[in-house]
Ligand binder design. Structure first.
Ligand code: NDP
Length: 309
């Protein structure tokens, strides 16, 4: 029985090296060199070719190479009864918190404006926003959102969060469910999206959402490009209702050269790098999950297919 690496756009060398380092006897194959399809029990995947996963009759687990599983669930031909597992990794959690903190501080310390001033050789002092006066609202209080919330709180920001079900995070005002969304948005000077991409959250960063934010609010999206209605963001920036945005993820990646986000003076673009998977740190949990599956145990970090995360 074997593990199959199926991530056509990812270089496999480092993955193969670190997975094999966990188990030198590991029967690991790299798609499309699968060998007999009935030998594959575990597929490690990222943006696989749609329809491919149903070809393995003894498949027991599909494991994501990242935190999100939207790239797996978008396949209309998923084999029924197969568990889907995600990654949970503390280094990636820290990396994301660092990214959110950097984006918030660049905004409150007005680094984007300083950079534009520098291009024009303009000496212009600008008073930073004080953390105590900035209310950061985080959409999604899961592994990533809750950690970013704690870190921002430590620096003195007023932090709130919004999730599907009620959550308790020390020092953070938490709202839950669609009915509480308006109240949550109305107080957020900085809106951070760390939601999974699901039917319920697709397009959630739209003009309706932006209108409910206070005048001059700032947007940070480090979740998925499909959360954002891009034209609505451009309209909200052009009207001045939003003061700027920092975006790590896009509907089309790489962001096309002609895309207006590249040259927008109020948008910071980063190339889906907020929190990158490191094969070295996640290989142990992947191989452990493979062993669990082979011994008939349920894998860890299984997602709920109905909920979509
Ligand atoms: P989790 O599953 O741990 O947490 C998701 C959070 O979102 C939970 O608090 C959940 O609520 C909440 N949520 C889900 N659906 C809704 C909804 N309809 N309304 C309100 N709240 C909702 O996810 P992670 O924190 O691990 O990751 C979040 C996403 O970040 C990933 O799915 C991925 O897309 C993205 N990501 C981006 C990376 C990058 O480099 N840019 C890297 C890693 C991840 P509840 O607690 O009630 O379940």
């Amino acid at each position: 029985m074997a593990m199959l690496f199926m991530a056509p756009k990812v270089r496999s060398d480092s993955w193969v090296k670190h997975l094999r380092a966990q188990d030198c006897g590991l029967d690991l194959r790299v798609w499309p060199e699968t060998g007999p399809a009935d030998e594959i029990e575990f597929i490690l995947c990222w943006k696989h070719p749609l329809g491919e996963l149903k070809k393995y009759p003894n498949l027991k687990c599909i494991a994501s190479l990242g935190f999100g599983v939207d790239h797996i669930l978008r396949d209309p031909d998923l084999p029924p009864g197969v568990s889907i597992a995600r990654l949970v990794d503390e280094f990636m959690v820290h990396a994301m918190s660092e990214y959110i903190l950097t984006a918030v501080l660049c905004h409150t310390r007005q680094f984007d404006r300083f950079q534009q001033d520098q291009f024009q050789k303009k000496w212009q002092t600008r008073r930073p926003l004080r953390p105590q006066n900035v209310r950061v609202g985080i959409m999604g209080l899961g592994h990533l959102g809750a950690d970013a919330a704690r870190l921002l709180r430590l620096l003195g920001f007023q932090v709130s969060g919004w999730s599907r079900t009620p959550k308790h995070v020390e020092g953070i005002t938490a709202w839950a469910g669609p009915d509480a969304m308006e109240e949550f948005l109305a107080q957020a000077n900085v809106l951070v999206c760390l939601l999974p991409l699901t039917r319920a959250t697709q397009g959630i960063l739209n003009s309706r959402t932006f209108t409910r934010l206070p005048e001059g609010a700032y947007l940070i999206n480090a979740a998925r490009g499909e959360h954002l209605v891009e034209a609505d963001l451009l309209a909200a920036l052009d009207s001045g209702h939003l003061s700027g945005a920092c975006l790590d993820v896009f509907r089309e990646e790489p962001l096309p050269e002609s895309h207006p986000f590249w040259s927008h003076p109020r948008i910071t673009v980063t190339p889906h790098s907020a929190s990158l998977t490191d094969p070295r740190t996640v290989a142990p949990q992947i191989v452990e999950n493979y062993r669990r599956v082979r011994s008939g145990l349920a894998p860890r970090h299984v997602i709920d297919i109905e909920k979509g995360y």
